[in-house]
Write a protein that binds this ligand. Structure first.
Ligand SMILES: C[S@@+](CC[C@H](N)C(=O)[O-])C[C@H]1O[C@@H](n2cnc3c(N)ncnc32)[C@H](O)[C@@H]1O
Length: 406
Protein backbone atom coordinates (compact mmCIF):
# COMPACT_ATOMS: atom_id res chain seq x y z
CA UNK A 1 0.00 0.00 0.00
CA UNK A 2 1.27 3.42 -0.90
CA UNK A 3 0.10 5.79 1.84
CA UNK A 4 1.05 8.75 -0.26
CA UNK A 5 -1.31 7.61 -2.99
CA UNK A 6 -3.15 10.71 -4.29
CA UNK A 7 -6.46 11.16 -2.47
CA UNK A 8 -8.31 11.42 -5.78
CA UNK A 9 -7.43 7.78 -6.46
CA UNK A 10 -8.84 6.64 -3.11
CA UNK A 11 -11.88 8.87 -2.55
CA UNK A 12 -15.07 9.44 -4.52
CA UNK A 13 -15.44 12.97 -5.87
CA UNK A 14 -17.86 13.82 -3.01
CA UNK A 15 -15.39 12.62 -0.40
CA UNK A 16 -12.51 14.41 -2.06
CA UNK A 17 -14.41 17.70 -2.34
CA UNK A 18 -15.53 17.53 1.29
CA UNK A 19 -11.99 16.94 2.50
CA UNK A 20 -10.58 19.66 0.25
CA UNK A 21 -13.00 22.13 1.84
CA UNK A 22 -11.52 21.33 5.25
CA UNK A 23 -14.25 19.03 6.58
CA UNK A 24 -12.67 16.48 8.95
CA UNK A 25 -14.76 13.38 8.06
CA UNK A 26 -14.52 10.62 5.49
CA UNK A 27 -17.57 8.35 5.31
CA UNK A 28 -17.35 4.66 4.35
CA UNK A 29 -19.12 5.41 1.08
CA UNK A 30 -16.53 8.06 0.26
CA UNK A 31 -13.95 5.32 -0.27
CA UNK A 32 -13.62 3.85 -3.74
CA UNK A 33 -14.61 0.18 -3.98
CA UNK A 34 -11.09 -1.17 -4.52
CA UNK A 35 -9.71 0.60 -1.42
CA UNK A 36 -9.97 -1.13 1.91
CA UNK A 37 -8.89 -0.15 5.39
CA UNK A 38 -7.64 -2.26 8.32
CA UNK A 39 -10.21 -3.61 10.75
CA UNK A 40 -8.56 -2.21 13.90
CA UNK A 41 -8.66 1.30 15.37
CA UNK A 42 -5.46 3.19 14.61
CA UNK A 43 -3.95 6.38 13.25
CA UNK A 44 -3.93 6.25 9.48
CA UNK A 45 -2.06 8.51 7.04
CA UNK A 46 -3.86 9.64 3.90
CA UNK A 47 -2.72 12.42 1.62
CA UNK A 48 -1.04 14.94 3.87
CA UNK A 49 -3.33 14.17 6.83
CA UNK A 50 -3.45 11.78 9.77
CA UNK A 51 -6.85 10.23 10.47
CA UNK A 52 -8.28 8.38 13.42
CA UNK A 53 -9.67 5.15 12.00
CA UNK A 54 -12.98 3.81 13.38
CA UNK A 55 -13.41 0.56 11.42
CA UNK A 56 -17.03 -0.06 12.49
CA UNK A 57 -18.40 3.44 12.16
CA UNK A 58 -19.97 4.93 9.05
CA UNK A 59 -17.71 7.91 9.66
CA UNK A 60 -14.71 5.71 9.15
CA UNK A 61 -11.96 8.35 9.22
CA UNK A 62 -11.82 11.56 11.25
CA UNK A 63 -8.94 13.94 10.73
CA UNK A 64 -6.83 14.55 13.82
CA UNK A 65 -5.45 18.07 14.28
CA UNK A 66 -6.19 21.35 12.56
CA UNK A 67 -3.51 21.26 9.93
CA UNK A 68 -0.70 19.22 8.52
CA UNK A 69 1.83 21.63 10.00
CA UNK A 70 1.21 20.20 13.45
CA UNK A 71 2.62 16.78 12.68
CA UNK A 72 6.17 15.40 12.76
CA UNK A 73 6.21 14.90 8.99
CA UNK A 74 9.82 15.10 8.00
CA UNK A 75 11.22 12.17 9.94
CA UNK A 76 8.13 10.06 10.26
CA UNK A 77 7.49 7.21 7.87
CA UNK A 78 3.89 7.50 6.66
CA UNK A 79 2.56 4.12 7.65
CA UNK A 80 -0.41 3.41 9.93
CA UNK A 81 0.23 3.62 13.66
CA UNK A 82 -1.63 1.19 15.88
CA UNK A 83 0.97 0.47 18.50
CA UNK A 84 0.74 2.60 21.68
CA UNK A 85 4.47 3.12 22.04
CA UNK A 86 4.84 4.28 18.40
CA UNK A 87 1.91 6.63 18.92
CA UNK A 88 3.54 7.96 22.07
CA UNK A 89 6.95 8.36 20.45
CA UNK A 90 5.75 10.25 17.38
CA UNK A 91 2.61 12.07 18.48
CA UNK A 92 3.09 12.99 22.15
CA UNK A 93 4.77 16.27 21.42
CA UNK A 94 2.29 17.73 18.89
CA UNK A 95 -0.72 16.44 20.83
CA UNK A 96 0.63 17.85 24.09
CA UNK A 97 0.98 21.23 22.37
CA UNK A 98 -2.57 20.99 20.98
CA UNK A 99 -3.99 20.11 24.42
CA UNK A 100 -1.99 22.79 26.24
CA UNK A 101 -2.76 25.55 23.74
CA UNK A 102 -6.44 24.66 23.77
CA UNK A 103 -6.50 24.64 27.59
CA UNK A 104 -4.91 28.09 27.78
CA UNK A 105 -7.08 29.51 25.00
CA UNK A 106 -10.28 28.24 26.63
CA UNK A 107 -9.34 29.72 30.01
CA UNK A 108 -8.87 33.12 28.39
CA UNK A 109 -12.11 32.82 26.42
CA UNK A 110 -14.24 32.08 29.46
CA UNK A 111 -12.54 34.62 31.74
CA UNK A 112 -10.84 31.99 33.88
CA UNK A 113 -14.11 30.65 35.30
CA UNK A 114 -13.64 27.38 37.18
CA UNK A 115 -15.86 25.23 34.93
CA UNK A 116 -15.50 25.00 31.16
CA UNK A 117 -15.16 22.65 28.21
CA UNK A 118 -11.49 22.07 27.55
CA UNK A 119 -11.86 19.84 24.55
CA UNK A 120 -14.89 19.48 22.27
CA UNK A 121 -14.11 16.70 19.83
CA UNK A 122 -14.01 17.89 16.18
CA UNK A 123 -14.60 21.51 17.27
CA UNK A 124 -11.16 21.37 18.89
CA UNK A 125 -9.61 19.13 16.21
CA UNK A 126 -9.55 16.10 18.55
CA UNK A 127 -12.40 13.88 17.28
CA UNK A 128 -13.98 11.45 19.70
CA UNK A 129 -12.95 13.11 22.95
CA UNK A 130 -14.75 15.62 25.16
CA UNK A 131 -13.19 16.95 28.35
CA UNK A 132 -15.10 19.17 30.76
CA UNK A 133 -13.19 20.90 33.56
CA UNK A 134 -14.71 21.38 37.00
CA UNK A 135 -11.76 22.93 38.84
CA UNK A 136 -9.45 19.95 39.49
CA UNK A 137 -12.00 17.36 38.40
CA UNK A 138 -12.08 16.50 34.72
CA UNK A 139 -14.87 14.52 33.08
CA UNK A 140 -13.57 12.81 29.94
CA UNK A 141 -16.12 11.33 27.52
CA UNK A 142 -14.44 8.65 25.44
CA UNK A 143 -16.59 8.44 22.32
CA UNK A 144 -14.69 6.64 19.56
CA UNK A 145 -12.78 3.40 19.04
CA UNK A 146 -9.39 5.01 18.24
CA UNK A 147 -9.64 7.34 21.26
CA UNK A 148 -10.43 4.30 23.43
CA UNK A 149 -7.42 2.51 21.93
CA UNK A 150 -4.95 5.39 22.43
CA UNK A 151 -6.49 6.51 25.74
CA UNK A 152 -3.56 5.46 28.00
CA UNK A 153 -1.23 7.79 26.08
CA UNK A 154 -3.79 10.61 25.78
CA UNK A 155 -4.48 10.41 29.52
CA UNK A 156 -0.77 10.86 30.28
CA UNK A 157 -0.72 13.97 28.07
CA UNK A 158 -3.78 15.43 29.82
CA UNK A 159 -2.06 14.93 33.18
CA UNK A 160 1.08 16.55 31.81
CA UNK A 161 -0.92 19.70 31.01
CA UNK A 162 -2.86 19.62 34.30
CA UNK A 163 -0.79 17.55 36.77
CA UNK A 164 -3.17 17.88 39.76
CA UNK A 165 -6.25 16.75 37.82
CA UNK A 166 -8.54 13.93 38.87
CA UNK A 167 -9.82 12.35 35.66
CA UNK A 168 -13.27 10.72 35.62
CA UNK A 169 -13.76 8.60 32.51
CA UNK A 170 -17.24 8.33 31.01
CA UNK A 171 -18.17 5.53 28.65
CA UNK A 172 -21.95 5.82 28.71
CA UNK A 173 -22.74 7.82 25.56
CA UNK A 174 -24.91 5.84 23.09
CA UNK A 175 -22.72 6.98 20.17
CA UNK A 176 -20.16 4.39 21.35
CA UNK A 177 -22.40 1.62 19.99
CA UNK A 178 -21.78 2.90 16.44
CA UNK A 179 -18.06 2.49 17.12
CA UNK A 180 -18.48 -1.11 18.34
CA UNK A 181 -17.68 -0.01 21.89
CA UNK A 182 -19.58 -1.14 24.99
CA UNK A 183 -21.68 1.28 26.99
CA UNK A 184 -20.72 1.37 30.64
CA UNK A 185 -23.33 2.92 32.91
CA UNK A 186 -22.19 5.74 35.17
CA UNK A 187 -22.67 4.42 38.66
CA UNK A 188 -20.36 6.71 40.61
CA UNK A 189 -21.80 9.96 41.92
CA UNK A 190 -19.84 13.08 42.74
CA UNK A 191 -21.20 16.51 43.66
CA UNK A 192 -19.02 19.56 44.22
CA UNK A 193 -19.48 23.25 44.89
CA UNK A 194 -18.33 25.76 42.30
CA UNK A 195 -18.45 29.47 41.65
CA UNK A 196 -19.71 29.83 38.06
CA UNK A 197 -21.28 32.69 36.14
CA UNK A 198 -20.96 34.80 39.30
CA UNK A 199 -23.10 32.45 41.44
CA UNK A 200 -22.61 29.57 43.86
CA UNK A 201 -23.50 26.15 42.34
CA UNK A 202 -23.48 22.54 43.37
CA UNK A 203 -23.03 20.40 40.26
CA UNK A 204 -23.32 16.62 40.11
CA UNK A 205 -20.42 16.09 37.79
CA UNK A 206 -20.93 12.34 37.50
CA UNK A 207 -24.10 10.29 37.02
CA UNK A 208 -26.11 13.23 35.68
CA UNK A 209 -27.94 13.95 32.41
CA UNK A 210 -25.01 16.26 31.65
CA UNK A 211 -21.41 16.34 32.87
CA UNK A 212 -22.13 18.92 35.57
CA UNK A 213 -24.26 21.46 33.79
CA UNK A 214 -25.11 23.08 30.47
CA UNK A 215 -21.80 24.88 30.12
CA UNK A 216 -22.72 25.71 26.52
CA UNK A 217 -25.52 28.10 27.60
CA UNK A 218 -23.32 30.12 29.95
CA UNK A 219 -23.28 33.34 27.89
CA UNK A 220 -26.98 33.01 27.01
CA UNK A 221 -27.88 32.74 30.72
CA UNK A 222 -26.39 36.21 31.21
CA UNK A 223 -27.80 37.60 27.96
CA UNK A 224 -31.31 36.62 29.10
CA UNK A 225 -30.78 38.60 32.30
CA UNK A 226 -29.42 41.59 30.43
CA UNK A 227 -32.45 41.74 28.04
CA UNK A 228 -34.83 41.13 30.95
CA UNK A 229 -33.40 44.12 32.79
CA UNK A 230 -33.63 46.34 29.70
CA UNK A 231 -37.29 45.36 29.28
CA UNK A 232 -38.07 45.78 32.96
CA UNK A 233 -39.17 42.15 33.38
CA UNK A 234 -40.68 41.44 36.79
CA UNK A 235 -41.56 37.77 36.43
CA UNK A 236 -40.55 34.85 34.24
CA UNK A 237 -41.23 31.20 33.45
CA UNK A 238 -38.09 29.13 32.88
CA UNK A 239 -39.48 26.15 30.97
CA UNK A 240 -37.10 23.14 30.73
CA UNK A 241 -35.11 24.80 33.53
CA UNK A 242 -32.78 21.89 34.54
CA UNK A 243 -30.85 23.09 37.62
CA UNK A 244 -31.54 26.77 37.03
CA UNK A 245 -28.92 28.03 34.55
CA UNK A 246 -31.34 30.76 33.44
CA UNK A 247 -33.41 30.91 36.66
CA UNK A 248 -30.70 31.75 39.16
CA UNK A 249 -29.16 34.86 37.51
CA UNK A 250 -32.69 36.27 37.02
CA UNK A 251 -33.75 35.52 40.61
CA UNK A 252 -30.53 37.06 41.92
CA UNK A 253 -31.68 40.35 40.38
CA UNK A 254 -35.10 40.10 42.06
CA UNK A 255 -37.06 38.75 39.11
CA UNK A 256 -39.63 36.16 40.25
CA UNK A 257 -39.15 32.92 38.36
CA UNK A 258 -41.39 29.89 38.01
CA UNK A 259 -38.99 27.07 37.04
CA UNK A 260 -40.52 24.06 35.25
CA UNK A 261 -38.89 20.73 34.46
CA UNK A 262 -39.92 17.06 34.30
CA UNK A 263 -36.89 15.91 36.31
CA UNK A 264 -37.24 15.73 40.07
CA UNK A 265 -33.50 15.52 40.57
CA UNK A 266 -32.90 18.67 38.50
CA UNK A 267 -35.50 20.61 40.51
CA UNK A 268 -34.10 19.40 43.85
CA UNK A 269 -30.65 20.62 42.80
CA UNK A 270 -32.13 23.92 41.60
CA UNK A 271 -33.67 24.43 45.05
CA UNK A 272 -30.32 23.71 46.75
CA UNK A 273 -28.59 26.19 44.44
CA UNK A 274 -31.24 28.81 45.18
CA UNK A 275 -30.69 28.32 48.93
CA UNK A 276 -26.92 28.62 48.74
CA UNK A 277 -27.33 31.91 46.86
CA UNK A 278 -30.03 33.06 49.33
CA UNK A 279 -32.50 33.76 46.52
CA UNK A 280 -35.06 31.02 47.23
CA UNK A 281 -37.80 33.58 47.92
CA UNK A 282 -37.73 34.63 44.25
CA UNK A 283 -38.12 31.10 42.85
CA UNK A 284 -40.97 28.57 42.68
CA UNK A 285 -40.47 25.18 41.07
CA UNK A 286 -42.95 22.94 39.29
CA UNK A 287 -42.40 19.35 38.17
CA UNK A 288 -44.46 19.08 35.02
CA UNK A 289 -44.34 18.22 31.35
CA UNK A 290 -43.55 21.48 29.53
CA UNK A 291 -46.13 20.96 26.76
CA UNK A 292 -48.83 20.31 29.37
CA UNK A 293 -47.70 23.30 31.44
CA UNK A 294 -47.89 25.74 28.52
CA UNK A 295 -51.26 24.39 27.43
CA UNK A 296 -52.62 24.82 30.96
CA UNK A 297 -51.38 28.41 31.19
CA UNK A 298 -52.88 29.15 27.80
CA UNK A 299 -56.27 27.66 28.76
CA UNK A 300 -56.22 29.59 32.04
CA UNK A 301 -55.19 32.77 30.13
CA UNK A 302 -52.21 33.22 32.49
CA UNK A 303 -49.43 35.50 31.32
CA UNK A 304 -45.91 36.52 32.26
CA UNK A 305 -43.19 38.94 31.11
CA UNK A 306 -40.46 36.50 30.04
CA UNK A 307 -40.61 32.89 28.89
CA UNK A 308 -37.52 30.76 28.36
CA UNK A 309 -37.84 27.60 26.27
CA UNK A 310 -34.74 25.40 26.33
CA UNK A 311 -35.91 21.87 25.46
CA UNK A 312 -33.71 18.80 24.96
CA UNK A 313 -32.78 18.06 21.32
CA UNK A 314 -36.00 17.08 19.47
CA UNK A 315 -34.21 15.96 16.29
CA UNK A 316 -31.06 13.92 16.69
CA UNK A 317 -31.38 12.57 13.11
CA UNK A 318 -32.38 14.30 9.88
CA UNK A 319 -35.44 12.01 9.67
CA UNK A 320 -36.76 13.50 12.93
CA UNK A 321 -36.60 17.09 11.68
CA UNK A 322 -40.23 17.47 10.58
CA UNK A 323 -41.66 16.19 13.89
CA UNK A 324 -39.16 18.30 15.80
CA UNK A 325 -40.18 21.52 14.05
CA UNK A 326 -43.82 20.74 14.86
CA UNK A 327 -42.84 20.39 18.53
CA UNK A 328 -40.85 23.64 18.52
CA UNK A 329 -43.76 25.44 16.86
CA UNK A 330 -46.26 24.24 19.44
CA UNK A 331 -44.04 25.43 22.30
CA UNK A 332 -43.27 28.80 20.72
CA UNK A 333 -46.84 29.48 19.66
CA UNK A 334 -48.15 28.84 23.15
CA UNK A 335 -45.37 30.91 24.69
CA UNK A 336 -46.09 33.85 22.36
CA UNK A 337 -49.75 33.73 23.45
CA UNK A 338 -48.78 33.69 27.13
CA UNK A 339 -46.57 36.78 27.17
CA UNK A 340 -47.61 40.17 28.43
CA UNK A 341 -46.78 42.59 25.62
CA UNK A 342 -44.19 43.72 25.03
CA UNK A 343 -42.64 40.55 26.38
CA UNK A 344 -39.40 38.64 26.01
CA UNK A 345 -39.17 35.12 24.58
CA UNK A 346 -35.88 33.23 24.79
CA UNK A 347 -36.21 30.25 22.48
CA UNK A 348 -33.45 27.66 22.13
CA UNK A 349 -32.69 24.58 20.07
CA UNK A 350 -29.77 22.22 20.55
CA UNK A 351 -30.79 19.94 17.65
CA UNK A 352 -27.84 20.04 15.24
CA UNK A 353 -30.10 18.95 12.36
CA UNK A 354 -32.22 22.12 12.71
CA UNK A 355 -30.54 25.06 11.00
CA UNK A 356 -30.98 28.70 11.96
CA UNK A 357 -33.02 29.14 8.81
CA UNK A 358 -35.33 26.21 9.73
CA UNK A 359 -35.81 27.69 13.18
CA UNK A 360 -36.46 31.18 11.82
CA UNK A 361 -39.15 29.82 9.47
CA UNK A 362 -40.76 27.99 12.39
CA UNK A 363 -40.71 31.18 14.49
CA UNK A 364 -42.25 33.10 11.59
CA UNK A 365 -45.08 30.57 11.26
CA UNK A 366 -45.67 30.58 15.04
CA UNK A 367 -45.79 34.39 15.25
CA UNK A 368 -48.15 34.55 12.27
CA UNK A 369 -50.52 32.00 13.84
CA UNK A 370 -50.29 33.75 17.21
CA UNK A 371 -50.99 37.12 15.54
CA UNK A 372 -48.00 38.67 17.29
CA UNK A 373 -45.26 40.95 16.10
CA UNK A 374 -41.98 39.23 16.91
CA UNK A 375 -38.65 40.99 16.50
CA UNK A 376 -35.24 39.37 16.77
CA UNK A 377 -33.12 41.16 19.36
CA UNK A 378 -30.19 38.74 19.22
CA UNK A 379 -29.31 35.16 18.34
CA UNK A 380 -26.85 33.47 20.67
CA UNK A 381 -24.86 30.31 20.02
CA UNK A 382 -22.81 28.06 22.29
CA UNK A 383 -20.32 29.66 24.69
CA UNK A 384 -16.86 30.26 23.23
CA UNK A 385 -15.38 27.18 24.93
CA UNK A 386 -17.65 25.18 22.55
CA UNK A 387 -16.95 27.29 19.44
CA UNK A 388 -17.43 25.42 16.16
CA UNK A 389 -15.01 25.92 13.29
CA UNK A 390 -16.01 27.21 9.90
CA UNK A 391 -15.43 23.94 8.02
CA UNK A 392 -17.47 21.78 10.39
CA UNK A 393 -21.12 22.95 10.46
CA UNK A 394 -22.14 19.86 12.45
CA UNK A 395 -20.36 21.38 15.46
CA UNK A 396 -22.65 24.44 15.42
CA UNK A 397 -25.65 22.92 17.17
CA UNK A 398 -26.94 25.49 19.67
CA UNK A 399 -29.12 28.51 18.86
CA UNK A 400 -30.75 30.77 21.44
CA UNK A 401 -33.08 33.41 20.04
CA UNK A 402 -33.90 36.53 22.05
CA UNK A 403 -37.26 37.77 20.79
CA UNK A 404 -39.36 40.81 21.54
CA UNK A 405 -43.04 39.87 21.35
CA UNK A 406 -45.68 42.56 20.99
C1 LIG B 1 -31.38 21.46 27.54
S1 LIG B 1 -31.86 21.06 29.16
C2 LIG B 1 -32.18 22.63 29.86
C3 LIG B 1 -30.93 23.36 30.29
C4 LIG B 1 -31.17 24.59 31.15
N1 LIG B 1 -32.07 25.52 30.51
C5 LIG B 1 -29.86 25.28 31.45
O1 LIG B 1 -29.52 26.24 30.74
O2 LIG B 1 -29.18 24.87 32.40
C6 LIG B 1 -33.42 20.37 28.93
C7 LIG B 1 -34.21 20.08 30.20
O3 LIG B 1 -35.52 19.67 29.80
C8 LIG B 1 -36.01 18.72 30.73
N2 LIG B 1 -37.10 18.03 30.01
C9 LIG B 1 -37.03 17.09 29.03
N3 LIG B 1 -38.25 16.79 28.56
C10 LIG B 1 -39.13 17.57 29.24
C11 LIG B 1 -40.54 17.75 29.19
N4 LIG B 1 -41.30 17.08 28.32
N5 LIG B 1 -41.11 18.64 30.04
C12 LIG B 1 -40.35 19.35 30.92
N6 LIG B 1 -39.01 19.22 31.00
C13 LIG B 1 -38.41 18.35 30.17
C14 LIG B 1 -34.81 17.90 31.09
O4 LIG B 1 -34.99 17.30 32.36
C15 LIG B 1 -33.70 18.96 31.09
O5 LIG B 1 -33.51 19.45 32.38
Amino acid sequence: MNYNQPLKEILTSDGFEQLKKGHPWIFKNHLKKDFSLPQKPMLYPLGEHWFLLSPQSNIILRRLGPSTRLWPHENLERTPIANLSDFETHFSEPLFKLLKNTFEKKQRLINYDSCFRWLFSENDYFPGLIIDVFQDNLVAQILSAPIEHFWPVIKKLILKVKPNAIIHEQRSHPIRLKEGLPIIADTQTLSKDFKWNGLQWNFSILNNQKTGTYLDQKENHLKALSWAQKLNVKEAWDVFCFEGGFTLPLAKENINVLAVDSSNQALENLKKNALSNKIEKNISVLKQDAFFFLKEQFNAKKKTDLIILDPPPFAKKASEKFGALKGYKELNLRAMHSLNTPGLLVSCSCSHTISRNDFLKMLGAASHDARKQVQILDVGSASPDHAPHTCFPEGDYLQSWFLLVS
